[in-house]
Write a protein that binds this ligand. Structure first.
Ligand code: F6P
Length: 380
């Protein structure tokens, strides 16, 4: 009798809503559809570095409760500890990739599903190439910056949470005649900011892809006041720089740094420039942990089932993607290489301009600038 097939699954990088829904779909399809066993590896590649290897068999029963609805990942994850450049306690950085591959071999797996963003997928692919691992990846990132897929798990929920925050801030802004600044995540891309800003009725949306001026922001706020509006909503993506071009970052105990603080900077500058009372809300990790939206659950389910079907078909080194209303698969290398910032000539930028939102000073050759929409939005 042939041995039962065993596949591994891990979550890697920052957590986000919808990861448990992916795991549920993978386990359902593999166990019920093909009669395979699924091994969940804990804490991304850290689980494969641990000895004994840190992993558990995932039974269908685990998913009978409310996991479809729960944020986070039951497997745990990490966005630190690149095995090719691993930080040791004594300060050295060493290559531990062979140990990870050895850990994978100890689990006696036939294939691996890695759920991660571009950084995680890059690491997993290098491990797969080096160790002969049959790998499939699934796109997840609240930042929505992976190329070649119209959907990454976690983005829809992050946008919903940021939109809800604007819904909650608006009444207080109006009651107290304030400018409310909402700082959102997104790493180097402005997808969350522009999505939530449009959906949540922001007056100013600042994204790293477009430079801005304080005069431009002030003009927008003054124009609102001139037509009788007593408040304004400003959304700023965490990677937006100061006027002098400096990134605003928080230094951590280990010397590394993360984005954070540009909202505070802007609120102070807007207060100086316009005389408005300003307040700041930094949404931070609230954008990652909530229950997944219906859209994230749906896509997580589609991606999870399809990933297992790819393994059954023997198609490896592929990332599952959503394109043109279809689930498809593309080479992982294409996905990693296709970093996707906000398209400044794309539909969301045009929509924001059409709504009179101040987005910054768009370059002359962008579509919006050509049609004169920038001037209209600043002056509206
Ligand atoms: O990539 C997801 C993300 O949430 C970014 O939007 C953010 O810059 C970063 O991770 C925060 O990382 P950490 O959880 O390490 O603070």
């Amino acid at each position: 009798m042939s041995r039962q097939k065993r596949i591994g699954v891990l979550t890697s990088g920052g957590d986000c809503a919808g990861l448990n829904a992916v795991l549920r779909a993978v386990v359902h399809r593999a166990v019920e559809g093909y009669g395979w066993q699924v091994v969940g590896i804990h804490n991304g590649t850290a689980g494969l570095l641990a000895r004994p290897v840190d992993a558990e068999v995932l039974d269908l029963g685990i998913f009978d409760g409310n996991l479809l609805r729960r944020g986070g990942t039951i497997l745990g994850t990490t966005n630190k500890g690149d095995p090719f450049d691993f930080p040791m306690a004594d300060g050295r950085r060493i290559d531990r990739s062979e140990e990870v591959i050895e850990g994978y071999r100890q689990l006696d797996l036939d294939a691996l599903i890695g759920i991660g963003g571009d950084g995680s997928q890059d690491i997993l692919r290098r491990l797969a190439q080096q160790g002969g691992i049959d790998l499939i990846t699934l796109p997840k990132t609240i930042d929505n910056d992976l190329g070649h897929t119209e959907v990454s798990i976690g983005y829809a929920t992050a946008v919903k949470i940021a939109t809800d925050a604007l819904d909650q801030l608006q009444p207080t802004a109006a009651s107290h005649s304030r400018v409310m600044v909402l700082e959102v995540m997104g790493r180097d891309a402005g997808h969350i900011a522009i999505g939530a800003g449009i959906a949540g009725g922001a007056d100013v949306i600042l994204i790293p892809e477009i430079g801005y001026s304080l005069e431009g922001i002030a003009r927008k706020i003054e124009s609102l006041k001139a037509r009788g509006r007593n408040f304004a909503l400003v959304v700023v993506a965490e990677a937006v720089k100061t006027e002098t071009g400096d990134a605003v970052r928080q230094v951590q105990g280990d010397g590394s740094s993360t984005y954070g603080g540009v909202g505070q900077y802007l609120a102070a500058r807007i207060a100086e420039e316009t005389g408005s009372e300003t307040r700041v809300t930094v949404l931070g990790h609230l954008q990652r942990g909530g229950p997944p939206t219906d859209h994230d659950r749906l896509m997580a389910s589609v991606f999870g089932v399809y990933a297992v079907d790819l393994i059954a078909a023997g198609r490896f080194d592929r990332m599952v993607a959503w394109s043109g209303r279809q689930v498809v698969d593309i080479p992982i290398t294409d996905a990693i290489a296709g970093y996707k910032a906000v398209d400044i000539a794309g539909p969301l930028v045009r929509t924001a301009q059409g709504l009179g939102i101040y987005l910054g000073e768009l370059p002359e050759d962008s579509e919006g600038a050509r049609t004169g929409r920038v001037a209209e939005s600043v002056g509206s």
